[in-house]
Ligand binder design. Sequence first.
Ligand code: ZN
Length: 493
Amino acid sequence: MTNQDLLSQLPEPKAVWERFFEICDVPHGSGNMTGIRSFLENFAKAYANVSFKTDTVGNVLLTKAADAGCESHPAVAFQCHMDMVCESNDANRDFLTKGIECQIEEKDGVRVMTANDTTLGADDGIGIAAGLAILVDTTVKSGVIELLCTVDEETTMEGAENIDTGFFTAKHLVNIDSEDEGVVTLGSAGGFDVELTKTVPTAPVTNPLLKISVDGLCGGHSGVEIHKPLGNAIKLLLNVLSKILGLPGVQLASISGGKATNAIPRSAHAIISAPADQHDAIKAAAATVEDIVPHRYTAESNVSVTASLFTTEEKCVVTTPQWTNSIVEGLNAVPCGVLMMSGSISGLVETSCNLGNVAFGDGKLVAQALARSSSNPSMARLHAAIKAMGELYTLDVSDPQGQFSGWDPRPEDALAKLTVDAVRAVLGREPKTEAIHAGLECGLLMDKYPELQAVSVGATVKYPHCPDELLEIDTVAPFYQVMVEIVKRIAKC
Ligand SMILES: [Zn+2]
């Protein structure tokens, strides 16, 4: 049984499902774009009014020429990504040469499409499929329609980040990579990493060592979960250290905590040296921080903050009390958590920062934070603040690294309004508008195309990026219909 054999069990629009199955047959995991690119090229070749081109990073643009009489209609670009996340419970599953085997199932009373033990790649295969279908839908009379297919969204977002300027011409861009029917996405966050570094003098240890440990936090995504009442293990550790800085003879040997800047740290540890008569006060400081956690961070219930004697066979050095002070207070000054809420979308975090990992040892400090904001001016201000704070404590603060742009929600844009109207007309209910506090390709594209208006819509996809990924079958027709409605309404712009 092949994927195409499932067609008879699927509703209209069959053309979308046919394209989807063809895409499933072409291996197209991130980094493996050659096959899908030639599939798109061959598709274009089969239609006289569809042209094909690629840019320097390998993005593909298919362009449907305007229909007769529609030449003056504004162009619209639909945008999807060519790559999929390849996950399977079978570690040996070959994604380089084998396509995806689809199946139809019923889950919680809903007919869904899933894959046999792999990700389905409906993220964003259903977007590509719907985009191809609308290009050649003879019932849709339109101006120019562009279908922009970017490379490697799931890993580096390189396609959106390094797209050639002038590669596409439309001023209205509809991203078709959302995963919720009835939701119109109007914004996303940009971000940058910032690094705090310093090499400081060290001396041999003369006092007993203590290990301060913060463990048992929930952790989470540093964007979409930053507003939750979660603790940051590094920040809690710094709280303890800050409380004991005034005690005589406290010197810092090491700090370690966190794994990646895009994750809220779950544990952090420090080794300090201190005279024996200060140990009770240090243990009390740890206990005080442990006590406040459940009140301040109500999502945390398992956090332990302890200080205990520590011995090691290895050579251990500490830095001076002055540098201990600078490092602890300098890191503590890095803003952490939600800094600003959006003024235009209720409940949306506009700006946040996550101190995501810290390593200090043998006199060398490297700490990294990830700042996010949907507003580029807010990002610039945040970087200036971190730099000023770090330098106040004589730490070196890097320029923004790996910066990507925010997509500031503009619900008043003509495209946003007509998309909301289109979804309402198709579904017969009020759509939800939202923005997310994480990165989307639209933000990067708007960087290179400042005049662009953008929205994002999609069919309902659940559990993307894991083998449980499913596509709700009955959301595909309305998704396609919304695209058709957008084309019709843009003609009147
Ligand atoms: Zn996607």
